[in-house]
Write a protein that binds this ligand. Structure first.
Ligand code: CP
Length: 313
């Protein structure tokens, strides 16, 4: 069985079987990135293009490395130095990349739905690397991979997602993913940062961080997105840190073996204290490593690869 879709646009579109396939495919990919010589010929002759209209360190670099480790030709387009600054439309930019031979286009855009529009214009596969407030599916997949690797399962775990749920595409993709995989999901934050009706997604909202973190297996801390904030959603950064920052005392309310996660980049001392970020329970660095393995798996599957057992070494 492969992926049923040409593109990866969101976790909402994936079945639990497809999520399982991606996570299983990422396991042999992780073995490849542990090797001294991290190179397999699997995607030789394929062209992979990173088209990022917003800044990124982790996602863009890990897609580039993922392609290179599998021998694809990978190119980064920074929109600030491309013809986008001369007014070229998303459609014309994408078509230009396709006629040059792109097989997979990875796009990050500030507008929700931009990858979905792109996928209609081009026959190359499109991967959503984050669209506005909407979804960040590859982040959710690497988060699920990390939890499964550390805990052996996702099903039945209590997962708390803490912080700016309203502006977070990571929160939305994680909620879809964790609930599809059978986790019990709590979302925690000030009521101004919890979208109205969030319960309809199958999660339980908490405005008390102490109650929300009590007895959970995973604490997923979200970045306060200062660049997307409207004024007045909370009084000050210092007030947010005091009321909702994940401190060692608050993290101690979770299970003793709870994982501490953060998609990055972190605002240390705001949503997460440095002691928690660097604690023995933190798997934040493993999330980044696993991002490369999961993105290798996606490139492989979207390029037509089948079962993880077929991966050529
Ligand atoms: N987590 C994440 O998307 O990080 P970047 O913005 O660095 O890609």
């Amino acid at each position: 069985m492969g992926l049923k879709h040409k593109d990866l646009l969101g976790i909402q579109d994936l079945s639990s079987e497809e999520i399982r396939l991606i996570l299983e495919t990422a396991e042999p990919m992780k073995d490849i990135i542990r090797r001294q010589i991290k190179k397999v010929p699997t995607l030789r002759g394929k062209a992979v293009i990173n088209l990022f209209y917003e800044p990124s360190t982790r996602t863009r670099t890990s897609f580039e490395l993922a392609g290179k480790y599998m021998s694809a030709d990978t190119i980064n387009i920074s929109t600030s130095t491309s013809s986008v600054v001369k007014g070229e439309s998303l459609r014309d930019t994408a078509k230009t990349l396709e006629v040059m031979g792109a097989d997979i286009v990875i796009i990050r855009h500030s507008a929700a739905g931009a990858p979905h529009i792109l996928s209609k214009y081009i026959s190359a596969s499109v991967i959503n690397a984050g669209d506005g407030f909407h979804e960040h599916p590859t982040q959710a997949l690497l988060d699920m991979f990390t939890i499964k690797e550390k805990k052996g399962r996702i099903d039945g775990l209590k997962v708390a997602v803490v912080g700016d749920i309203l502006h977070s595409r990571v929160a939305r993709s994680n909620i879809w993913g964790f609930t599809k995989m059978g986790a019990e999901v709590r979302v925690i934050g000030p009521s101004t940062l919890l979208p109205p009706g969030i319960e309809k997604l199958g999660v339980t909202p908490y405005t008390s961080i102490e109650e929300g973190l009590s007895g959970v297996d995973v604490i997923m801390v979200l970045r306060i997105q200062l660049e997307r904030q409207q004024k007045g959603l909370f009084p000050t950064i210092r007030e947010y840190a005091r009321l909702f920052g994940v401190t060692p005392e608050r993290a101690g309310l979770a299970r003793p073996d709870a994982l501490i996660m953060h998609p990055g980049p972190m605002n240390r001392g705001v949503e997460i204290s440095p002691e928690v970020a660097d604690s023995m329970q933190s798997v934040i660095n493993e999330q980044v490593t696993n991002g490369v393995a999961v993105r290798m798996a996606l490139l492989y599957l979207l390029a037509g690869g089948g079962s993880p057992h077929e991966i050529i070494d």
